[in-house]
Write a protein that binds this ligand. Structure first.
Ligand code: DAH
Length: 339
C-alpha cells in the first residue's frame, strides 16, 4: 500500500509537469480523483482491507499525499489562470495613444505650398518682407499705376477677367498689383529704401492646356534703394532660383517688354521637362520704370528699384518634373500622393 501511494504520487507529479492549460489540468484531476476510476480514489477504497494495526499509519500517509497533491493542483491552477489572463490582456489591449488612421492617409504638403514656403524662406533670408495682397483688385493697381497707358495693347495681352457692372475692378492678372501698394506703405513718403516679396494667386482668361491655367501662382519681389543696378537684379534672381532648386541652375536674360520696367528682361532657365534640355521662360524682370517710382512717391532721380515676377507653377513643374500644370488644382490624390 505504501509503495502504491508513493508511485501514485510520483505518477501524479510527472503528469502535472506536462500540463499546459486548464482543461488538461481538469483531465489530470479526474485521472487521480475521479469518483469512479481515479487512481487515488481507488487506493482510498482499499483502506477498508488494510490490517487494523497499519490503518493509522497508512491513513496518515494517505492524508498527507492527498493534501500535497491537492496543494500542487491548486498552485498549478492559479498559475495557469494567471497566464491565460495575461494572454487575453495582451490580445485585447488597446493602446489609446496609437492613431487609428492608416499611414497612407496622413496629410502632407502640396508641392505648391512647399514651393511657396521655399521661396518665402529665401526672401526672408535676404531681408525681404513678405506680404499677401488682394486678388480682386482695382484696375488702377493692376495697370494704371504700373505705367500701362489707358488703351495700350499690353492690357489686352494679359487676358484679364473683369467684373460685370464694376468697370474699375478686375481679378488681378499679375501680382504686380502690389508694387505701388507696398512702396507707398513702406517707403515713408519716398524717403526710405525697402524690399518686399509678394507671392500670390493670379487669374487669366486662358485657353487651358498642359502649360496654361486660368488660375496660377506668381512670386514677385522688388527692392528700392539709391544704388541698385542690373547686376543686383541678376544676383538676387539667381539666389532665389538656386535656393528653390538647391543646385546651380543655368539662366539666361533676354530683352523683354513690360511697361513698368526700363530696361526690361525675360529670364529663361535651362531644364528638361521631358523633351530634353531646353530654355524655359520663367520670369519677367527689370529696373523699375521712373513713372512707377514716381507714382509710389519716390523721386526717380534719386531712387532706383529692381523687380521681378516669376511663374511659380512653372518653377515647381521643373523642380519636380511635373508635366501638366492642371495637376496643381486637380485635387487628384494620385498626383498629390507623390509628394
Ligand atoms: N507681371 C509680369 C507678368 O505677369 C511679370 C513681371 C515682369 C513682373 C517684369 C515684374 C517685372 O516685377 O519687373 O507677366
Amino acid at each position: 500500500m505504501k509503495e502504491q501511494l508513493a508511485s501514485v504520487k510520483k505518477e501524479f507529479e510527472a503528469q502535472l509537469k506536462r500540463v499546459s492549460d486548464l482543461s488538461q489540468l481538469e483531465e489530470l484531476e479526474q485521472t487521480f480523483f475521479g469518483r469512479k476510476a481515479g487512481a487515488f480514489t481507488n487506493l482510498a477504497k482499499q483502506m477498508k482491507d488494510v490490517a487494523v494495526e497499519q490503518k493509522k499509519a497508512i491513513g496518515e500517509m494517505m492524508n498527507e499525499v492527498r493534501t500535497n497533491i491537492t496543494k500542487e493542483l491548486e498552485e498549478k491552477r492559479a498559475d495557469l489562470q494567471r497566464e491565460e489572463m495575461k494572454k487575453i490582456v495582451d490580445i485585447e489591449s488597446i493602446d489609446v495613444t496609437q492613431p487609428q488612421l492608416p499611414k497612407e492617409e496622413h496629410g502632407h504638403i502640396h508641392p505648391m505650398a512647399q514651393g511657396l514656403k521655399d521661396m518665402t524662406d529665401a526672401a526672408l533670408a535676404m531681408g525681404f518682407l513678405v506680404e499677401d495682397g488682394p486678388e480682386l483688385e482695382s484696375q488702377y493697381f493692376v495697370f494704371d499705376s504700373l505705367n500701362f497707358p489707358p488703351d495700350h495693347p499690353a492690357r489686352e495681352g494679359m487676358d484679364t477677367f473683369y467684373v460685370k457692372d464694376h468697370p474699375e475692378l478686375c481679378m488681378r492678372a499679375h501680382v504686380s498689383n502690389m508694387q505701388v501698394r507696398l512702396m507707398r506703405k513702406y517707403s515713408e513718403g519716398g524717403t526710405k529704401p525697402m524690399r518686399a516679396a509678394y507671392p500670390g494667386r493670379v487669374f487669366r482668361n486662358e485657353d487651358i492646356d498642359a502649360t496654361h491655367e486660368h488660375t496660377f501662382y506668381q512670386f514677385e519681389a522688388l527692392a528700392v534703394s539709391k544704388d541698385i543696378n542690373i547686376a543686383n537684379l541678376i544676383a538676387v534672381m539667381k539666389e532665389f532660383v538656386s535656393s528653390l532648386y538647391q543646385r546651380d541652375v543655368e539662366i539666361r536674360f533676354r530683352p523683354g517688354y513690360f511697361p513698368f520696367v526700363e530696361p526690361g528682361f525675360e529670364l529663361d532657365i535651362k531644364a528638361d521637362i521631358g523633351r530634353g534640355e531646353e530654355w524655359i521662360e520663367m520670369a519677367g524682370c527689370g529696373l523699375i520704370h521712373p513713372n512707377v517710382l514716381k507714382e509710389a512717391g519716390y523721386d526717380p532721380n534719386e531712387w532706383q528699384g529692381l523687380a521681378f515676377g516669376m511663374g511659380l507653377n512653372r518653377l515647381i513643374m521643373v523642380k519636380y518634373g511635373i508635366e501638366d500644370i492642371r495637376h496643381f488644382q486637380s485635387g487628384d490624390l494620385r498626383f498629390l500622393k507623390q509628394f
